[in-house]
Design a protein around this ligand. Structure first.
Ligand code: NI
Length: 229
């Protein structure tokens, strides 16, 4: 290979809108509190979440929940976190996910997902098998087939419309998180043996990863305090 590739312009979108730059840690996280992440077996992960109600938009409680999800997601090195994963049965997830030069950051309430729409050229999207993990099945990664294109529409915590589109790993993240809000886990797509292996295998990771999250959250908040932000 002799071609010299110019690095792609970084493309960052916040709640689906392009921004010139954005910190590595969303500022919302710095106002967040670390919440415990519930693991597979907890009924809250299995019940369809309630929509965020009209009177909840714009409230300090909903804003705080967004901040808590961001901090907890970063502390866990996650790329997405659904509210029911911290025990709150509301249709809301946060994300900060990068693939192929695109970074999508944001949160979305009451998401409606369109999975696998044809692309701009009319090409149908395809199912792609790739490794996937979940903060509620800690420490385990298994191959799952997902569509490689998704569009999610919903609202931000103030009730403004949000639309985000993702391909490949970003689409995988959006589909995985909206699945959570419907009471599904990625292990549901595994065959019996792989599913059992995942649900047994996660147990040894629960405590060490919870401890690591505590330490990482302290680091994130301390670094923000030191830089005065
Ligand atoms: Ni998950």
């Amino acid at each position: 290979m002799t071609a010299i590739e110019t690095p792609p312009e970084p493309c960052i979108r916040l709640n689906g809108m392009p921004v010139d730059a954005y910190p590595a840690i969303a500022p919302d996280a710095l106002r967040g509190r670390l919440r415990p992440i519930v693991v597979a077996g907890d009924p809250v992960l299995r019940e369809p979440c309630a929509p965020v109600a009209a009177e909840q938009f714009g409230t300090p409680e909903l804003e705080q929940l967004v901040c808590d999800l961001f901090l907890t997601m970063y502390a866990a090195d996650g790329v997405g976190l659904a509210a029911n994963q911290v025990g709150v049965g509301l249709q809301l997830f946060t994300f900060d996910v990068t693939d192929d030069g695109f970074r999508e950051v944001g949160h979305i309430c009451n998401p409606v997902i369109e999975i696998g729409p044809p692309d701009a050229e009319g090409q149908a999207s395809q199912r792609v098998t790739d490794s996937e993990g979940c903060l509620s099945v800690p420490g385990i990664y298994k191959d799952v087939a997902r569509f490689d294109h998704a569009i999610v529409r919903g609202l931000d915590w103030q009730g403004n419309p949000v639309a985000v589109e993702g391909f490949d790993y970003i689409a995988r993240c959006f589909i995985h998180e909206t699945d959570h809000l419907k009471g599904h886990l990625y292990v549901d797509y595994l065959t019996g043996r792989h599913r059992r292996d995942a649900l047994r295998g996660m147990h040894e990771f629960i405590e060490p990863l919870a401890a690591a999250r505590e330490a990482r959250a302290q680091e994130i908040l301390a670094a923000a305090g030191a830089s005065g932000s």
